[in-house]
Design a binder for this molecule. Sequence first.
Ligand SMILES: Cc1cc2nc3c(=O)[nH]c(=O)nc-3n(C[C@H](O)[C@H](O)[C@H](O)COP(=O)(O)O)c2cc1C
Ligand SMILES: CCCCCCC(=O)C(=O)O
Length: 389
Amino acid sequence: MSGLVSIEDFEDRAAASIPQEAFDYYQSGADDEQTRQLNRSSYERLRIRPRMLQNVSNRDMKVKLFGEEYAMPIGISPTAFQKMAHPEGEVANARAAANRKLLFTLSTLSNSSIEEVADAVPKSPKWFQLYIYKERKLTERIVQRAKKAGFKAIVVTVDSPLFGKRRADIRNRFSLPPGLKAANLEGEQAIIQGKDGSGLSQYGEQQLDPSLVWDDIRWLIKISELPVLVKGILTKEDAEIAVSKGVSGIWVSNHGGRQLDSAPATIEVLPEIVAAVGDQTTIIVDGGVRNGKDVFKALGLGANMVMIGRPALWGLAVNGQQGVEQVLDILRDELDTTMALAGCQRVADITRLHVIHEEYYKELNMKQTQVLLDMQSKDKRKGWLKGIF
Ligand SMILES: Cc1cc2nc3c(=O)[nH]c(=O)nc-3n(C[C@H](O)[C@H](O)[C@H](O)COP(=O)(O)O)c2cc1C
Ligand SMILES: CCCCCCC(=O)C(=O)O
């Protein structure tokens, strides 16, 4: 697809490519969308401190996570209902990730089933995102299916005891289009139908378990016998509890600004979580990542892997599997350029000192000005005193 050179280009083209209701569902955040916007503006407030003369002629973006090697530290977050973007849905998205040797995460609420995705990309590493249903036996069956199909980790989403209020979905009475269903479920649990307001929040209220507590994470680790990561962590307190319960990773996320509006941006909270548990566990982050500079900043602040949600949906909407591949290629090229220009040959070379908040320069500037003003007024006072005596 020519003429598309940034993720924003893909978003604009996606808006013109799919039905308004689908685009609204993908794009929107909760309530006033402060957190969705903050995810972006917080990246823009960070600066990169580049180092010169570092011989960056041979660059390498490969990373390892849980024993698997990935071509770069960018992966795909779980997003529901991908056949609204393209008839091949999650299968196309997973194939794109596999072709680029990247991590893919499948949502519980996918339109392509666990088995279809596993059959499409049998060899490449993939994770399964879990929503815990009130019906625990059903939840267990889903976990066992994911495990049998070869998914390598369970990512349990903990930020959704109920559903954030997405105004567009309420106005649109969000429903899955005819012919689409939640492919991992059966009967009424597979149907999302909005009669009065968003069908999604009604579904969530009826089906998902809002009574979850930390001991349920222990239960999940026990029944799955797979690495379990908790997705939706935004404080060091919760990160510390999660680690004490035996999780294999913390996924710093505010659900793309779709759950608690006024929650902080993920890139804002990343440093506190890395400082608290970064030496004990794997840290994943998503939310508002739209270019290679953002990925670089998240790595500098301590993330082990940086994930994208909506950008992959925009690629899918524009041109299916190929569209996602193009999105991934744009991000890869941008990260590569950023690393070269910042003086980093490998991902491990990106450090905390490469990333700084814009306030640092403002404060420095203010402090220096204050010192000069103080010196000037001291001189003036001296002259004034001289006049008296
Ligand atoms: C349309 C859409 C559907 C989503 N579905 C899920 C889901 O099923 N499970 C989940 O844990 N997170 C879900 N998320 C949140 C993403 O996993 C991710 O946290 C978020 O999209 C990251 O922000 P970004 O879209 O700005 O990259 C969804 C996000 C979007 C935009
Ligand atoms: C009630 C469960 C529906 C989940 C839909 C997917 C999701 O997480 C989203 O943000 O949308």
